[in-house]
Design a protein around this ligand. Structure first.
Ligand code: ADP
Ligand code: MG
Length: 226
């Protein structure tokens, strides 16, 4: 039995009158790839943000390694996100004014790593993801597929224990999306990190060990991926 890293239980979260989550749950074991699937607007992103401690829950609990995130200070939660979690979003969310290398180095710099080793680690990760050639370029100067690989490098460089990916291939064509997804899953397997992968594409979900179905703010049964 693997260690349960993350457990969201009976989570409720509203935005004004909109009940985005009304009893959603998610568990993630060490090294596991879990896909979160469901139609647009069903609450997938909200669940991911609650599980990652980005959004507070209205009711229910989220624990990371047994610690309730609601009991942490903002500072402790940010530290947790910086040191334990990595994030990949649909459009990469790279900073346009920084080079690709500095974008990848940024999570390490924020976590307190000195400039030189942070840059060295960034270059190493760009190489692993086959985009060492864009190190000096800015995100706006590279292709969508390259930018998403840079974003993956930025998510992985801090050697997080859990990676949260929200529709990471949503902005790419299917060929590029497939390549990025294969890279993400193989790299994650290699590092032993857990991955929470939000997607509405069933084909993408097939890379996971387990699927969690979200519908109308509730999570359905979890089944083994095909
Ligand atoms: P999904 O990621 O599955 O498409 P979301 O979690 O983004 O779904 O959204 C679930 C519901 O909550 C939707 O009705 C959406 O419009 C609403 N919602 C999400 N975020 C916000 C927000 N910041 N403000 C207002 N409504 C939101
Ligand atoms: Mg979403």
């Amino acid at each position: 039995m693997s260690e349960i890293l993350l457990a969201a239980t009976d989570v409720h979260r509203s935005f004004g009158p909109t009940e985005a989550l009304r009893g959603a749950g998610l568990t993630v074991e060490a090294g596991e790839i879990v896909s979160v699937i469901g139609p647009s607007g069903s609450g997938k992103s909200t669940l991911l943000h609650c599980a990652a401690g980005i959004l507070p829950v209205d009711a229910g609990t989220v624990t990371y390694r047994g610690v309730d995130l609601a009991g942490l200070s903002d500072r402790e939660r940010s530290r947790l996100r910086l040191h334990e979690f990595g994030f990949v979003f649909q459009f990469g969310r790279l900073l346009p004014e920084l080079s690709c290398r500095d974008n990848v180095a940024l999570p390490l710099r924020l976590a307190g790593t000195a400039r030189r080793p942070a840059r060295a680690a960034a270059e190493e990760w760009l190489g692993r993801l086959d985009v060492e050639g864009v190190a000096e370029q800015r995100p706006g100067e590279v292709s969508g597929g390259q930018a998403q690989r840079v974003a993956l490098a930025a998510a992985l460089v801090g050697e997080p224990r859990v990676i949260f990916a929200d529709e990471p291939t949503g902005a790419l064509d299917s060929l590029q999306g497939e390549a990025v997804m294969r890279l993400l899953t193989t790299t994650v397997r290699h590092t032993g990190a857990a991955l929470v992968l939000v997607t509405h594409e069933p084909r993408v979900a097939a890379y996971a060990d387990r699927e969690v179905l979200v519908r109308d703010g509730r999570t359905g049964e979890t089944r083994a991926a095909a």
